[in-house]
Design a binder for this molecule. Structure first.
Ligand code: AMP
Ligand code: ZN
Ligand code: FE
Ligand code: FE
Length: 316
């Protein structure tokens, strides 16, 4: 296959395969990236690097640079989240880790194994909670059958099952109703929300010390300021970025495929001001996020420059 060079000197450092909650196999994802003309890619499945070997083989055949990566779910207690009744909770955040060790015995991989156990427990509790709330035809078996990897079952698989089994509650599946389902049921504001882990950002970073792992905060606004304006971003994000840097985070996903060009430009400025590396990616999930395209993101105008990769490599 000849690359179309649609996106020259462009990279995508945030993608998912069917080893977590994406729908492409690693080989399909690599082929898509090659076809698009991407220079480099990172496959950042949730809490697992089990997809790495297949992806490495496919990328080697296509002469596509692969950065080892993972997207981990951790807690940030420094910036608590407030519930509807004013209660305060540690904030669940998604963190991208690049160049991490892949050997199963490494302490970093042991922590990933713990996160996968937390995920499995959460999935059982989430199923119970949904059944109590009226989704009585839903079973963990039905949800899990939608994932290629038993350890990769996540909320998008629950969302797909809820649409298939209970359209009388959640309506027909469209891009809009899919987002609404997260607002109403599965997201941190939703009635069925079940927290996943107690592992903190600090503990994970401490365990990775000396291993060459480079951390970047995934979709920083989704984590820290889900309802934002340019004014609130300028008011709130600088202190958060400074704190993250102090705690050993090297980068922030300023070029996030789910935000507008104007928001990305503002986040890029704040990220540089904080002395952090602006990383970027589409957060491509295939059919589990139908409105997001590989490389170019939600609006189609995302371009993550490949120079970022040199900065990330230098931070190892
Ligand atoms: P989990 O890893 O099981 O906690 O699920 C997290 C995944 O759910 C994310 O990576 C997204 O794929 C999806 N997700 C979370 N929040 C939303 C949202 N508001 N809209 C759409 N998808 C979401
Ligand atoms: Zn996901
Ligand atoms: Fe995420
Ligand atoms: Fe993601």
């Amino acid at each position: 296959m000849t690359p179309r060079h649609y996106a020259v000197n462009v990279i995508d450092l945030h993608t998912h395969s069917n080893f977590s909650d994406g729908s492409d196999t690693p080989a399909q994802l690599a082929a898509r990236a090659h076809d698009l003309g991407l220079r480099a890619i990172s496959l950042t499945d949730h809490d697992t690097t089990a997809s790495h070997d297949q992806m490495a083989e496919a990328c080697a055949r296509l002469d596509l640079e692969l950065i080892a990566g993972v997207e981990i779910s951790l807690l940030d207690s420094t910036f608590a989240r407030h519930g509807v009744d004013g209660q305060s909770f540690a904030r669940g955040v998604h963190v991208l880790a690049y160049f991490l060790p892949l050997q199963a015995e490494h302490p970093v991989q042991q922590l990933l194994a713990r996160l996968r156990r937390d995920r499995t427990e959460r999935n059982a509790r989430l199923t119970q909670r949904l059944i109590e709330l009226g989704f009585d035809r839903l079973t963990l078996e039905n949800v899990s059958a939608r994932a290629a990897n038993a350890e990769g079952v996540g909320r998008p698989h629950f969302a797909a099952a809820m649409f298939d089994l209970h359209p009388e509650i959640v309506g027909e599946r469209t891009a809009a109703s899919w987002s609404q389902l997260f607002v109403d049921w599965l997201g941190s504001t939703g009635r069925a929300y079940v927290a996943k882990t107690t592992l903190s950002l600090e503990d994970f970073i401490a365990t990775a010390k000396g291993s060459g792992t480079v951390f970047s905060i995934a979709h920083p606004l989704l984590n820290y300021l889900p309802e934002y304006s340019a004014t609130s971003i300028e008011a709130v994000m600088p202190a958060i970025l400074a704190s993250l840097r102090e705690r050993g985070v090297a980068g922030v996903e300023a070029y996030y495929g789910g935000t507008s060009a104007a928001t990305r430009a503002l986040m890029l400025k704040l990220t540089r001001n904080a002395g952090l590396i602006p990383t970027g990616g589409s957060d491509y999930h295939g059919l589990f996020k139908e409105d997001v395209s590989l490389g170019v993101g939600h609006s189609g105008d995302l371009r993550v420059p490949d120079e970022i990769l040199d900065e990330l490599k230098a931070a190892r």
